[in-house]
Design a protein around this ligand. Sequence first.
Ligand SMILES: [Zn+2]
Length: 162
Amino acid sequence: MHALKGTKQTIEHIQKRVATRKKKNSYIKSEKTRKKMSLLLKGRHLSPVTQFKKGNLHYNWKGGISTINQRIRSSSEYKLWREAVFKRDNYTCRFCGQRGGILQADHIKPFSLFPELRFALDNGRTLCEDCHRQTNTWGRPKKMYYDTSTNKKFQQGAYRPH
Ligand SMILES: [Zn+2]
């Protein structure tokens, strides 16, 4: 402002200065820039898991499988499968032998990757919560899964063998 000291500032002067500043700092983005940014941000997800699921153009798109998975997990068929696994294993953790407590029915071959084995009794095993956490298929599908029967290795959630 020192340079303007002593200069009479008209409205035009001020308006011109404000306009230059806006342009320089570009804090008001042009329509073009905003469109470009919106395109860049479109389809971007915080998690690579949801990013993978985005868009029906993806070669592996299964038509909203996440909701289907959720529905299956809460279905009565799934509950029956769990119960059958527990019963067969006599409500005992197959890893540490703990009986009762918080037991979970684990899919030996991952639920998400082997839909045909979702309700196969042979594909289920009773595990206590602690042991279940230690399996390499527990939790978010981020770890590599090694399928011993086909000798195939793949990222869970990112690839499904055909
Ligand atoms: Zn256990």
